[in-house]
Design a protein around this ligand. Structure first.
Ligand code: ADP
Length: 223
Protein backbone atom coordinates (compact mmCIF):
# COMPACT_ATOMS: atom_id res chain seq x y z
CA UNK A 1 0.00 0.00 0.00
CA UNK A 2 1.31 3.44 -0.76
CA UNK A 3 0.83 6.84 0.80
CA UNK A 4 0.45 7.93 4.38
CA UNK A 5 -1.96 5.70 6.20
CA UNK A 6 -4.28 6.61 9.02
CA UNK A 7 -4.85 4.41 12.01
CA UNK A 8 -7.38 1.62 11.93
CA UNK A 9 -9.07 0.58 15.19
CA UNK A 10 -11.35 -2.43 15.41
CA UNK A 11 -13.93 -3.40 18.00
CA UNK A 12 -14.27 -7.18 17.93
CA UNK A 13 -16.16 -9.73 19.97
CA UNK A 14 -18.60 -12.58 19.79
CA UNK A 15 -22.30 -11.91 19.18
CA UNK A 16 -23.87 -10.06 22.11
CA UNK A 17 -20.53 -9.09 23.66
CA UNK A 18 -21.29 -5.37 23.36
CA UNK A 19 -19.50 -4.42 20.13
CA UNK A 20 -22.15 -2.08 18.89
CA UNK A 21 -22.46 -0.41 22.31
CA UNK A 22 -18.68 0.05 22.61
CA UNK A 23 -18.37 1.24 19.04
CA UNK A 24 -20.96 3.96 19.64
CA UNK A 25 -19.29 5.06 22.87
CA UNK A 26 -15.88 5.22 21.19
CA UNK A 27 -17.27 7.23 18.27
CA UNK A 28 -18.90 9.62 20.71
CA UNK A 29 -15.66 10.08 22.66
CA UNK A 30 -13.77 10.83 19.44
CA UNK A 31 -16.38 13.36 18.39
CA UNK A 32 -16.37 15.00 21.81
CA UNK A 33 -12.56 15.24 21.63
CA UNK A 34 -12.94 16.98 18.27
CA UNK A 35 -11.06 14.24 16.38
CA UNK A 36 -12.07 13.92 12.75
CA UNK A 37 -12.54 10.22 12.06
CA UNK A 38 -14.48 7.71 9.99
CA UNK A 39 -16.94 5.15 11.35
CA UNK A 40 -17.48 1.84 9.56
CA UNK A 41 -19.78 -1.02 10.58
CA UNK A 42 -19.49 -4.53 9.12
CA UNK A 43 -21.25 -6.35 7.60
CA UNK A 44 -23.03 -3.61 5.66
CA UNK A 45 -26.37 -5.38 5.60
CA UNK A 46 -28.07 -2.61 3.61
CA UNK A 47 -25.57 -2.82 0.72
CA UNK A 48 -25.60 -5.05 -2.37
CA UNK A 49 -22.09 -6.23 -1.57
CA UNK A 50 -23.40 -8.13 1.48
CA UNK A 51 -25.84 -10.28 -0.52
CA UNK A 52 -23.95 -13.51 0.12
CA UNK A 53 -23.53 -12.70 3.81
CA UNK A 54 -27.29 -12.29 4.11
CA UNK A 55 -27.89 -15.59 2.29
CA UNK A 56 -25.41 -17.33 4.60
CA UNK A 57 -26.77 -15.88 7.85
CA UNK A 58 -30.31 -16.47 6.65
CA UNK A 59 -29.56 -20.17 6.30
CA UNK A 60 -29.76 -20.39 2.48
CA UNK A 61 -26.65 -22.59 2.38
CA UNK A 62 -27.51 -24.61 5.48
CA UNK A 63 -29.10 -23.97 8.83
CA UNK A 64 -25.91 -24.36 10.93
CA UNK A 65 -22.69 -22.31 10.67
CA UNK A 66 -20.71 -25.52 10.09
CA UNK A 67 -22.77 -26.25 6.95
CA UNK A 68 -20.68 -23.64 5.11
CA UNK A 69 -16.90 -24.08 5.03
CA UNK A 70 -14.77 -21.29 6.52
CA UNK A 71 -13.11 -20.44 3.21
CA UNK A 72 -16.40 -19.95 1.36
CA UNK A 73 -18.00 -17.99 4.22
CA UNK A 74 -14.90 -15.79 4.56
CA UNK A 75 -15.08 -14.68 0.94
CA UNK A 76 -18.69 -13.48 1.45
CA UNK A 77 -17.60 -11.05 4.17
CA UNK A 78 -14.33 -10.10 2.46
CA UNK A 79 -16.01 -8.82 -0.72
CA UNK A 80 -18.27 -6.56 1.34
CA UNK A 81 -15.17 -5.16 3.08
CA UNK A 82 -13.43 -4.63 -0.26
CA UNK A 83 -16.46 -2.74 -1.62
CA UNK A 84 -16.62 -0.62 1.53
CA UNK A 85 -12.92 0.25 1.44
CA UNK A 86 -12.83 1.09 -2.25
CA UNK A 87 -16.01 3.12 -2.41
CA UNK A 88 -16.11 4.72 0.99
CA UNK A 89 -13.02 5.19 3.15
CA UNK A 90 -9.80 4.36 1.28
CA UNK A 91 -9.08 8.01 0.43
CA UNK A 92 -9.64 9.22 3.99
CA UNK A 93 -7.60 6.38 5.46
CA UNK A 94 -4.71 7.12 3.13
CA UNK A 95 -4.97 10.80 3.96
CA UNK A 96 -4.32 9.94 7.60
CA UNK A 97 -7.84 10.02 9.02
CA UNK A 98 -8.39 7.51 11.87
CA UNK A 99 -10.93 4.83 10.96
CA UNK A 100 -13.04 3.07 13.59
CA UNK A 101 -14.56 -0.30 12.67
CA UNK A 102 -17.28 -2.32 14.34
CA UNK A 103 -15.95 -5.74 13.20
CA UNK A 104 -13.43 -6.31 10.38
CA UNK A 105 -11.35 -9.12 8.85
CA UNK A 106 -10.93 -10.06 12.49
CA UNK A 107 -14.55 -11.28 12.57
CA UNK A 108 -13.72 -13.83 9.89
CA UNK A 109 -10.74 -14.85 12.00
CA UNK A 110 -12.92 -15.33 15.08
CA UNK A 111 -16.04 -16.90 13.59
CA UNK A 112 -14.66 -18.90 10.69
CA UNK A 113 -11.53 -20.21 12.41
CA UNK A 114 -13.88 -21.56 15.09
CA UNK A 115 -15.00 -24.12 12.53
CA UNK A 116 -11.48 -25.63 12.42
CA UNK A 117 -8.94 -26.97 14.88
CA UNK A 118 -5.18 -27.35 15.26
CA UNK A 119 -3.11 -27.16 12.07
CA UNK A 120 -6.18 -26.61 9.92
CA UNK A 121 -7.08 -23.53 11.94
CA UNK A 122 -3.59 -22.05 11.66
CA UNK A 123 -3.49 -22.80 7.92
CA UNK A 124 -6.83 -21.06 7.51
CA UNK A 125 -5.68 -17.97 9.47
CA UNK A 126 -2.56 -17.65 7.34
CA UNK A 127 -4.72 -17.87 4.23
CA UNK A 128 -7.25 -15.33 5.56
CA UNK A 129 -4.77 -12.61 6.49
CA UNK A 130 -2.87 -13.09 3.24
CA UNK A 131 -6.12 -12.95 1.23
CA UNK A 132 -7.61 -9.84 2.81
CA UNK A 133 -4.54 -7.81 3.75
CA UNK A 134 -2.23 -8.63 0.82
CA UNK A 135 -4.24 -9.91 -2.12
CA UNK A 136 -7.32 -7.71 -1.65
CA UNK A 137 -5.18 -4.84 -0.38
CA UNK A 138 -7.24 -4.05 2.71
CA UNK A 139 -5.33 -2.23 5.45
CA UNK A 140 -4.29 -4.12 8.57
CA UNK A 141 -5.69 -2.85 11.84
CA UNK A 142 -3.37 -0.96 14.18
CA UNK A 143 -5.31 -2.11 17.24
CA UNK A 144 -7.97 -4.73 17.75
CA UNK A 145 -10.02 -4.68 20.96
CA UNK A 146 -11.55 -8.05 21.73
CA UNK A 147 -14.51 -7.68 24.08
CA UNK A 148 -14.23 -10.76 26.21
CA UNK A 149 -17.71 -11.42 27.52
CA UNK A 150 -18.34 -14.96 28.84
CA UNK A 151 -20.50 -16.92 26.37
CA UNK A 152 -23.41 -17.29 28.78
CA UNK A 153 -23.48 -13.54 29.57
CA UNK A 154 -23.26 -12.67 25.87
CA UNK A 155 -26.25 -14.91 25.21
CA UNK A 156 -28.24 -13.21 27.96
CA UNK A 157 -27.42 -9.78 26.52
CA UNK A 158 -28.32 -11.00 23.03
CA UNK A 159 -31.68 -12.31 24.21
CA UNK A 160 -32.37 -9.07 26.03
CA UNK A 161 -31.69 -7.17 22.82
CA UNK A 162 -33.62 -9.35 20.45
CA UNK A 163 -37.26 -9.72 19.76
CA UNK A 164 -36.41 -11.68 16.60
CA UNK A 165 -35.21 -15.26 16.30
CA UNK A 166 -31.53 -14.46 15.58
CA UNK A 167 -29.39 -15.59 12.65
CA UNK A 168 -27.65 -18.97 12.26
CA UNK A 169 -24.59 -17.79 14.21
CA UNK A 170 -26.55 -16.33 17.10
CA UNK A 171 -28.81 -19.31 17.64
CA UNK A 172 -26.05 -21.94 17.79
CA UNK A 173 -24.83 -21.69 21.37
CA UNK A 174 -22.14 -24.33 21.15
CA UNK A 175 -20.70 -22.50 18.14
CA UNK A 176 -20.72 -19.17 20.05
CA UNK A 177 -18.65 -20.76 22.82
CA UNK A 178 -16.19 -22.11 20.23
CA UNK A 179 -15.93 -18.57 18.80
CA UNK A 180 -14.85 -17.20 22.17
CA UNK A 181 -12.13 -19.85 22.43
CA UNK A 182 -11.02 -19.04 18.91
CA UNK A 183 -10.84 -15.33 19.81
CA UNK A 184 -8.76 -15.93 22.93
CA UNK A 185 -6.28 -17.81 20.74
CA UNK A 186 -6.20 -14.86 18.36
CA UNK A 187 -5.44 -12.40 21.17
CA UNK A 188 -2.29 -14.39 21.89
CA UNK A 189 -1.43 -15.05 18.25
CA UNK A 190 -2.00 -11.57 16.85
CA UNK A 191 -1.48 -9.28 19.84
CA UNK A 192 -5.09 -8.16 20.07
CA UNK A 193 -6.03 -6.31 23.24
CA UNK A 194 -8.38 -8.42 25.35
CA UNK A 195 -10.87 -6.30 27.24
CA UNK A 196 -12.17 -8.19 30.24
CA UNK A 197 -15.87 -7.26 30.22
CA UNK A 198 -17.02 -9.39 33.16
CA UNK A 199 -14.04 -10.11 35.43
CA UNK A 200 -16.15 -11.44 38.29
CA UNK A 201 -18.88 -12.94 36.12
CA UNK A 202 -21.03 -9.79 36.19
CA UNK A 203 -20.66 -7.46 33.19
CA UNK A 204 -18.94 -4.15 33.88
CA UNK A 205 -20.93 -1.10 32.88
CA UNK A 206 -20.60 -0.06 29.22
CA UNK A 207 -19.05 3.26 30.33
CA UNK A 208 -16.42 1.52 32.44
CA UNK A 209 -15.44 -0.78 29.57
CA UNK A 210 -15.41 2.15 27.19
CA UNK A 211 -12.98 4.12 29.36
CA UNK A 212 -10.37 1.36 28.82
CA UNK A 213 -10.81 1.42 25.06
CA UNK A 214 -10.93 5.20 24.70
CA UNK A 215 -7.75 5.59 26.75
CA UNK A 216 -5.86 3.21 24.49
CA UNK A 217 -7.16 4.78 21.29
CA UNK A 218 -6.25 8.27 22.46
CA UNK A 219 -2.77 7.08 23.41
CA UNK A 220 -2.32 5.50 19.97
CA UNK A 221 -3.33 8.81 18.41
CA UNK A 222 -0.88 10.69 20.59
CA UNK A 223 -3.65 12.54 22.50
P1 ADP B 1 -23.04 -6.86 19.82
O1 ADP B 1 -22.96 -5.66 18.91
O2 ADP B 1 -21.70 -7.38 20.21
O3 ADP B 1 -23.93 -7.97 19.32
P2 ADP B 1 -24.55 -5.09 21.55
O4 ADP B 1 -23.68 -3.88 21.73
O5 ADP B 1 -25.72 -4.96 20.60
O6 ADP B 1 -23.68 -6.38 21.20
O7 ADP B 1 -25.06 -5.49 23.01
C1 ADP B 1 -26.04 -6.50 23.20
C2 ADP B 1 -27.06 -6.01 24.26
O8 ADP B 1 -26.42 -5.92 25.52
C3 ADP B 1 -27.63 -4.63 23.96
O9 ADP B 1 -28.98 -4.63 24.38
C4 ADP B 1 -26.79 -3.69 24.83
O10 ADP B 1 -27.50 -2.55 25.22
C5 ADP B 1 -26.46 -4.59 26.02
N1 ADP B 1 -25.12 -4.35 26.58
C6 ADP B 1 -23.97 -4.14 25.91
N2 ADP B 1 -22.92 -4.02 26.74
C7 ADP B 1 -23.41 -4.18 28.00
C8 ADP B 1 -22.82 -4.18 29.32
N3 ADP B 1 -21.51 -3.97 29.51
N4 ADP B 1 -23.64 -4.40 30.36
C9 ADP B 1 -24.95 -4.60 30.19
N5 ADP B 1 -25.58 -4.62 28.99
C10 ADP B 1 -24.82 -4.42 27.90
Amino acid sequence: MSGVAGKLFVIEGTDGSGKSTQFQLLCRAMTEAGIHHREVVFPRYAEESSALVRMYLGGKFGSRPDDVGPYAASTFYAVDRYASYKTDWQADYQAGVPVLCDRYTTSNAVHQAAKLQGDEREQYLRWLFDFEYRLLGLPEPDEVFFLDMPAQKALELLHRRQGDAGDIHETDHEYLARCRDSALGLCARCGWTRIDCAPSGTPRSPEDISADIVRRVMRALGR
